[in-house]
Design a protein around this ligand. Sequence first.
Ligand code: MN
Length: 267
Amino acid sequence: MALDEYRKKRDFTKTPEPAGTVLKKKRPELFFCVQKHLASHLHYDFRLEHNGVLLSWAVPKGPSLNPKDKRLAMHVEDHPYDYGEFEGVIPEGYGAGIVMLWDEGTWAPEVDDVDAALKKGDLKFTLNGYKLKGSWVLVRTGGRYPGARSGGDGRSWLLIKHRDEWSGDLDITTFAPRSVKSDGDFADILGDKTPEIWRSNRPAKGGDTGAMFARIIAQAEKLKATNAGNPVESKTSHEGTKARRASKASKTTKASKSARTKPKRAS
Ligand code: MN
């Protein structure tokens, strides 16, 4: 029931995304994640675990730590709980493109009744992720927000950071652009799979997104060729990944390391 719309949009013989189930068990901590998704347009899928599924909003510009920024967040279909740590390549169909696990952690509502808050269109909550922390709010706009694509259908919300010790001017999407799962960028994720799939007919051709795809595909093909041409790395691809990670890690600053500090999680 809860995942009908999610399943209707996908052909699971063609996508690596999980068909998923609704999580039955009540858990002491609730999961949240943000998946950076390069599809027909770049956006950030913001997901909160609730009643065994992931409530989902697509945020075109991504979250901002600045309380003055009101980021448009389009409410989309619930996703299965096990979608939460998905990272990979959707070769064709709905959402075709590259998915990166950009942030994950736990969340806690700042209200007693989440369903009532959702119905009202005003959900306050606290995040404890690698990149996003502290108090936030999702407010429904009723489609009046300029730039909202579909007016009045109740799908447009705003994602806003509350002022606290975790708010600030730091542009978090630029400062910490990589995966919290693999530490890779889009080219790394695509390069680990099949960059050649979109040599023709890529998910976006024109404009900025098309240019971004062209650049990432070229980069990914080069990465894959380099890895294949290196006997040490081709023997154990895992070691190759580790070496790449290590060389990246050496370039990261102290500040960026602290932005990726693991959140406290109950086991
Ligand atoms: Mn998406």
